[in-house]
Structure formats: C-alpha cells, structure tokens
Design a protein around this ligand. Structure first.
Ligand SMILES: NC(=O)c1ccc[n+]([C@@H]2O[C@H](COP(=O)([O-])OP(=O)(O)OC[C@H]3O[C@@H](n4cnc5c(N)ncnc54)[C@H](O)[C@@H]3O)[C@@H](O)[C@H]2O)c1
Length: 279
C-alpha cells in the first residue's frame, strides 16, 4: 500500500489512547488518513481525538472494551455507517502480565487472553469482511518479541502474543487471495505506560520489581513513535513480521537460526533471575 499520501483512506486503531496506538493513529493522520479510534480509557482517547482533528483529519472515537464482542460489534456498526470498509486495521490494544504459569490464576488468564487475543480476533471478525468485499487494505496486529521467544517471566502474555503471530501468519495466507496484506509487529522494549498498568503475579508482584521494570524501560528509552514509523514502513512493504527495536530483531534471528542456543540462553537467564529472588 502506498502510504506516502493516505488522503481519502480510513484507518482504525484499537487502544489508541496511549503509547504505540496513540503514536500510530497520529502518524496515520499526518499521512492524510481519517481515523477511527477506540480505547477503554475515554478521557485519554478524547485527547488523542483532538490531536488528530488538529491535523485536519476526521475522527470517529468510541469507548470500547476490545475483550467484549458487543462493544466491538457496536463500534463496527458506527464505523461502517461512515465508511464502507477501513483501509488499515491496527489491532493494537493490549495489556501485560508478568509471572510464571504456577502463579497465574484463571482470572488473570481470562483477562490477558480476553484483551490480547480475543481483542484481535474481534477486530478481524468485525472489520475484515467489508475489506474482503472491497478487495484491498492492510491488517496490522501488534504482537511482541515475546510472541517469538517465551520465558518463564511472561508465560500468559507470551501465550497470547504467540497466538497473535500465528493468527497473523494464517490470515496473511488467506487474505492474500483478496488483495489484503497482514503484518505481525514485534516491538521489543518500548517505553510506554504499559509497565505501570501490567499485572504482576507470584514473586514478581512486588513494588520493587515494578519500579525496576519501569526504570529499565525508561533507561532503554525507545519511544513508541519509532514503532509507529516502523508500522507505516511495514504496511508499505507488506512485511509478514516486523521486529522493531534492535533487541526484537536479535530475538527474531536467534530464534530462527539458533533455536537451541536461544532456549539455553533463556533458561540460564531465568535460572539467574530465580536465584536473585531466592527461589
Ligand atoms: N511497550 C512495550 O514494550 C511493548 C512491547 C511489545 C508489544 N507491546 C504491545 O503493544 C501494544 C500497545 O502497548 P503499549 O506499550 O502502547 O501500552 P499502553 O499501555 O501505552 O497502551 C495500551 C492501550 O490499550 C488500552 N487498552 C487496554 N485494555 C483495553 C481494552 N480492554 N479495550 C480497549 N483498550 C484497552 C489502554 O487503555 C491503552 O491506552 C500492546 O498490544 C502491547 O502488548 C508493547
């Protein structure tokens, strides 16, 4: 898709009130696209809608819980009352969950799978059919480097992100028949508020641990606007998988070409972490 001038095109971004979603919505607006945005955080979403309007683009905004089919159905109805089909669909809304399997309760599983996986399934279910009918467009699913390499520390989160990578790969195969591209984005360590809102379970659920993670992400200081710029590039080049930061690229290549070494390295680092926590 030519993204140099998106005037007359419509893009949809879920979880657009913050971080990667916000920056992606703004980047698409700056290229000329009109936007449909949703988030569970209505107040912050309205601020982003104002920023989009300031670029001269039209915006539809709605409070939506992406884990609820009825919310996504109502959002789709509102969007399709304005445009026959969106051109770019960005399934971005997501949450973090730190902890191993033995400490992750079923309510935590429901929460993270509901948002990170069902949210993407609902996005595709409600917005893809009109795109298919028209025969053009691009789907971007925000996965994670944790969707390429799984560790003890992110068991449920990784499970959802591996699923998003798999769903994207399957969709890409199917939708190529209808002129629609699909990209799974694997950002890496990105400095966004996700570190504050993520749930932590088991030994990871301490104030010190959260402070450590927030500080590590801040020190890494890789901003969400750089992810947004990579998302635009990935749409233009119709990339299947788009690792973003250098560590995401490193994990991508290591897993592909040296899976055994990667597995051993992950286990060594996890064992060191366990010792550090006295487990
Ligand atoms: N920040 C990172 O290091 C990183 C790395 C890899 C992948 N990701 C993924 O990128 C995506 C965006 O994360 P971010 O880092 O920008 O985080 P963020 O917290 O800044 O933004 C996430 C947005 O999703 C919204 N959201 C949460 N639950 C929702 C729900 N049920 N319905 C609708 N909206 C909901 C939040 O309100 C927030 O505005 C997520 O899918 C995340 O897993 C982030």
């Amino acid at each position: 898709m030519d993204i140099s001038n998106m005037t007359g095109k419509a893009a949809l971004v879920t979880g657009a009130a913050s971080g990667i979603g916000r920056e992606t919505a703004l980047a698409l607006a700056r290229r000329g696209a009109d936007l449909a945005i949703c988030d569970i955080n209505q107040k912050a979403l309205t601020e982003v809608a104002k920023e989009i309007e300031a670029t001269g683009r039209k915006v539809i905004q709605r409070r939506v819980d992406v884990a609820k089919a009825e919310d996504m159905a109502a959002f789709a109805e509102a969007v399709h009352a304005e445009v026959a089909a969106v051109d770019v669909l960005v399934n971005n809304a997501g949450v973090g969950l730190g902890g191993g399997f033995l400490h992750t309760g079923l309510e935590d599983w429901n929460w993270v799978v509901g948002i990170n996986l069902w949210g993407v399934v609902y996005g595709c279910h409600y917005f893809l059919p009109p795109m298919v009918e028209r025969g053009s467009g691009h789907v971007v699913n925000i996965a994670s480097a944790a969707g390429l390499v799984a560790t003890e520390a992110l068991c449920a989160y990784s499970t959802t992100k591996f699923a998003v990578v798999g769903l994207s790969e399957s969709l890409r195969d199917e939708l190529a028949n209808y002129g629609i591209g699909v990209t799974a984005v694997c950002p890496g360590i990105i400095n966004t508020p996700i570190t504050q809102s993520s749930r932590m379970v088991g030994p990871m659920a301490t104030d010190d641990n959260r402070a450590e993670i927030v500080s590590a992400y801040q020190r890494r200081n890789y901003g969400p606007e750089r992810v947004a710029a990579n998302i635009l590039k990935a749409i233009e080049k119709n990339r299947a998988v788009a690792p973003v930061s250098p560590e995401a690229w490193w994990m991508y290549y290591m897993k592909r070409f040296f899976p055994g070494s990667m597995g051993r390295l992950v286990h060594t680092l996890s064992a060191r972490e366990r010792r550090r926590r006295g487990l």
